[in-house]
Design a protein around this ligand. Structure first.
Ligand SMILES: NC(=O)c1ccc[n+]([C@@H]2O[C@H](COP(=O)([O-])OP(=O)(O)OC[C@H]3O[C@@H](n4cnc5c(N)ncnc54)[C@H](OP(=O)(O)O)[C@@H]3O)[C@@H](O)[C@H]2O)c1
Length: 279
């Protein structure tokens, strides 16, 4: 698989800041399972959300046996109206410090030839559910006040497809662009108040969803290991970064500069905004 240098991660500091409970939307396999494993290893309890309850239960039981964590599961289709509100409700009474918006993949499609039903489902999963869940958990992070600062984090699994348009991925690219701007904007608004938010412009990774999606014979030897990407996402969150772009696809050699330019612009807007808010 393609190499990705692993960023350092202070696990005790991570648990202190984002524990004792985390919520993963899309947790049963792929990158969601990778997040669950690394968080459980750090001793963080988990609310596991996806459509297949038995898969969530068996993952939760395995992590409980291996790491001694507690877990809760919610069988919920993220493309349904009100899914984000139901995730927040399912975590009621728990001290949640981290929300991971993970599921969000889509297959290749031709926009004009297809109906818009699938497009609206993707909008609900990648936009409406994310808005409601982030808003609900973010209110909780503000309330976990320490020295006038909030405490908590949000990871938004986006995609390099969100950095610009792509054929046959019209809605995927558009909703991933929403996710990236959403994460950057929340970072700009809240990172000085103790709440961390990071968008991950993820590269092609060897997940079960990808393997189901690619045509027979597609060479998956040169794709990334999802556990490497999710580890760096956790490290990037704690490091206070707004965005990670993992080099991938045409023009990938320019992506470090794209990342630096986006950060510079965002930091500039944080200062610019203070003229209006008096901050
Ligand atoms: N894999 C890649 O190459 C790649 C590349 C760039 C970005 N990404 C991004 O990385 C994230 C994870 O990707 P992935 O490849 O692991 O596939 P994914 O299909 O987005 O995520 C799989 C996980 O999400 C759950 N899930 C999928 N659809 C769901 C729905 N409608 N409602 C509730 N849960 C749902 C699945 O469990 P259930 O089946 O139990 O519901 C599974 O646990 C996505 O946001 C994707 O856009 C992936």
């Amino acid at each position: 698989m393609r190499e990705l240098a692993q960023l350092p991660l202070d696990k005790a500091a991570f648990r202190e800041k984002y524990g004792p409970w985390a919520v993963i939307a899309g947790a049963s396999e792929g990158t969601g399972e990778c997040y669950a494993r690394e968080l459980a290893e750090m001793g963080i309890n988990l609310v596991l959300v996806s459509r297949r309850q038995p898969a969530l239960e068996s993952l939760g039981e395995a992590l409980k046996a291996e790491y001694g964590i507690d877990y809760r599961v919610l069988a919920q289709d993220l493309t349904e109206d009100g899914a984000g509100l139901r995730i927040v409700a399912a975590a009621a009474g728990l001290d949640i410090g981290l929300y991971i918006s993970n599921a969000g993949a889509d297959g290749f499609a031709s926009f004009f030839e297809d109906s818009t039903d699938a497009a609206h489902r993707l909008v609900r999963m990648n936009i409406s559910t994310l808005i409601d869940a982030a808003n609900g958990f973010g209110k909780g992070f503000l309330a976990r006040c320490q020295n006038g600062q909030g405490r908590g984090g949000i990871i938004v699994m986006a995609s390099g497809a969100g950095l610009g348009g792509q054929p046959n991925l019209v809605l995927y690219s558009a909703t991933k662009a929403f996710e990236i701007n959403f994460a950057e904007s929340l970072w700009a608004e809240y990172h000085e108040r103790g709440i961390d938010v990071i968008g991950i412009a993820a590269p092609i990774m060897r997940t079960p969803t990808l393997l189901r999606m690619v045509p027979e014979g597609f060479d998956v030897s040169d794709v990334y290991d999802p556990a490497d990407v999710t580890h760096n996402a956790l490290a990037g969150l704690l490091a206070g970064e707004p965005l990670q772009i993992i080099p991938d696809g045409p023009g990938q050699e320019k992506q470090p500069q794209v990342l630096a330019d986006r950060k510079e612009r965002l930091v500039g807007f944080v200062e610019f905004n203070k003229m209006f808010t008096g901050g």
